[in-house]
Design a protein around this ligand. Structure first.
Ligand SMILES: Cc1ncc(COP(=O)(O)O)c(C=O)c1O
Length: 428
């Protein structure tokens, strides 16, 4: 079937023409057919260099031979059991050993579940109901995390509102938000309400915003002082910024960390990992009326196919030089796109680092929190992204650029050439 016909069908049957993917205008929209290495192809045969990577999981690129081999072997042995199985046990061991906070682990399927269960565990462990988050961080789509994630009127700290309909506004009272990197505001909120706060939840690289020196150390010390569970959402950063994720990169060890995307090689799977006493809230042997017992089960939780794909991915990521290469590419893109902005007199900043970057069109000199991202021109970022897609570089139109271990120098050359043309077209 042609792409045009498929797009018409997608419009006819899917609400809004899709399933929650990033929305693309008709001139850039396409239907993916297959992927190979750093490229994906649409059903009409057009090639794109993939800088979205399935929104992060495909860190080895598409159809990596080691992942295909592991998965092919596993699917012949069975795909799900709802019983202990060797691949999931080995994946659990591998993540616990790599995670600086790792003592115990629970495997789940989506990053949203991982964040939701981590917060639930902290609430049960401390007997407190609220958690403190950082405005604009993303922790998935559960009812508890969709407060203060996509704030339309930032600045009313620490109050939050529900991000979208269908989520009871009353739940917002249990979610407090302050700006990322704002130690003083976090301190004030924690010191005035510490008896009510179960967890501090932070995305260590918040979208593309880097932590300022001392930020995580301050959160760690406030959490210790007040018996609060510090949770790092490492679903993007885990095994991506470094083998030990953001914890290794910035040297602060949380009580719990959530993982996903890189940990299951392009198959659905995620995890909550951390301190044994907090994780023990998920212990199914606890008595049903124990208030410290939480329910964190799921049909596919120990999914062996995701586990073998994750193990194969980690074997590749453990090879020497992998992270140096990811940073080398990221640094080049940052340097060259920043220079293009100056040359073409287009105010922009490249946020993020290494394999996670984002181009922001802003007059600001640094991006420190959601407010500074909010001020950036999203329409321009969207146009820039669409221009890149039209030139065969698949990106999220107003979000991240992800890099994989299989992007070549030629791929990066093409991205940079396309970025120059896109910026020029926007300057005209
Ligand atoms: C930091 C972070 N946390 C949680 C999630 C939610 O993960 P999922 O989409 O697998 O539910 C995401 C997804 O993009 C994420 O980036």
């Amino acid at each position: 079937m042609s792409q045009k016909e498929l797009l018409t069908k997608a419009d006819r049957f899917f609400v809004g023409g899709g399933n929650g993917e990033f929305r693309l205008p008709p001139e850039a929209n396409f239907v993916a057919s297959h992927g190979k290495g750093s490229k994906i192809f649409d059903v009409d045969g057009r090639e794109y260099i993939d800088f979205l990577l399935g929104s992060g999981p495909m860190i080895l690129g598409h159809c990596h031979p080691a992942v295909i081999e592991a998965v092919t072997r596993q699917i012949q042995k069975g795909t799900t059991f709802m019983a202990l199985n060797e691949p999931s046990i080995q994946l659990g061991e591998r993540i616990v050993e790599a995670a600086p906070c790792g003592e115990k682990i629970r495997l789940v399927i989506t990053g949203s579940e991982a964040a939701m269960f981590a917060i639930r565990a902290a609430r049960a462990f401390t007997g407190r109901s609220k958690y403190l988050r950082f405005e604009g961080g993303w922790h998935g789509v559960s009812d508890t995390t969709l407060h203060g994630a996509r704030t339309l009127n930032p600045g009313e700290y620490p109050d939050t509102t529900a991000d979208g309909g269908g989520i009871p506004e009353s739940w917002s009272q249990d979610v407090l938000a302050v700006p990322f990197n704002d130690v003083e505001r976090a301190r004030q909120v924690i010191e005035s309400r510490h008896n009510e706060i179960a967890a501090i939840v932070v995305e260590p690289l918040q979208r593309c915003i880097l932590p300022q020196p001392g930020f995580f150390e301050a959160l760690r010390s406030l959490a210790d002082q007040h018996g609060i569970v510090l949770i790092f959402d490492e679903i993007v950063t885990g095994f991506r910024l470094a083998w030990g994720g953001a914890q290794e990169r910035w040297g602060t060890i949380p009580d719990l960390a959530t993982y996903g995307k890189t940990t299951s090689g392009g198959y659905p799977m995620a995890a909550i990992c951390g301190r044994a006493d907090v994780m023990d809230t998920m212990n199914g042997w606890r008595h049903a009326d124990d208030p410290k017992r939480i329910i964190a089960s799921g049909t596919f939780n120990a999914y062996p196919v995701g586990a073998v794909a994750g193990l194969a991915t980690m074997d590749e990521l453990a090879k020497p030089g992998i992270y140096d290469r990811l940073y080398e590419m990221g640094n080049r893109i940052t340097r060259e796109i920043s220079a293009m902005g100056e040359e073409l007199s287009i105010p922009l900043l490249v946020g993020g680092e290494g394999p996670v970057l984002q181009v922001l069109f802003t007059e600001d000199t640094e991006i420190v929190d959601y407010m500074s991202m909010f001020r950036a021109d999203k329409e321009k970022a969207y146009r820039f992204g669409v221009e890149l897609i039209k030139r065969g570089c698949f990106v999220t139109p107003y979000e991240k650029i992800y890099l994989s271990t299989v992007h070549s120098d030629e791929d990066i050359d093409r991205l940079l050439e396309s970025a120059r043309e896109a910026l020029k077209s926007m300057a005209d």
